[in-house]
Design a protein around this ligand. Structure first.
Ligand code: CMP
Length: 139
């Protein structure tokens, strides 16, 4: 089915001017960027967005990294978009990511791993709604 998923191009990607190369990966894989906005996350926004990880040892470092520079928040649309995007991104830890994936090609570390993508339909709906109004998304 045609789905929508939520994507973030993280501060390590914006810092190295990689947004075009990463967007090309999405488009080459058949995902359409139907909404996109560059912004600076506040600490409160980052803590809320990653709230599911608040008990993890890496949480404070993750929040600090996510507010260390601009991000690009996006909605990607396409056939099976949630799983497809996770394939294109590759494993969370770039050391474990398959050849050709975004994280294998671009990520610096498990923290500075260039992209975030929703891991379920429920997460996709919640994450999209956190950053975008329905009228911002043009399919
Ligand atoms: P993301 O998909 O954005 O979701 C949570 C993020 O936490 C993850 O990508 C990683 O960038 C980051 N992170 C940092 N350290 C770890 C870790 N040890 N295990 C999992 N995720 C981590």
């Amino acid at each position: 089915a045609i789905e929508r998923t939520f994507s973030i191009l993280k501060p390590d990607a914006t810092r190295r001017n990689l947004t075009g190369k990463i967007n090309a990966k999405f488009e080459e894989a058949g995902l359409r960027i139907v909404a996109s906005r560059r912004l600076q996350l506040s600490r409160a926004q980052a803590e809320t967005f990653y709230g599911a990880h608040s008990a993890r040892g890496f949480f404070q470092d993750l929040v600090a990294f996510m507010i260390s520079g601009p991000v690009v928040v996006q909605v990607l649309e396409g056939e099976n978009a949630i799983a497809r995007n996770r394939e294109i991104m590759g494993a969370t830890n770039p050391a474990n990511a398959d050849a050709g994936t975004i994280r294998k090609e671009f990520a610096e570390s498990i923290e500075a791993n260039s992209v975030h993508g929703s891991d379920s339909p429920e997460a996709a709906a919640a994450e999209i709604a956190y950053f975008f109004a329905g009228t911002d998304i043009v399919g």
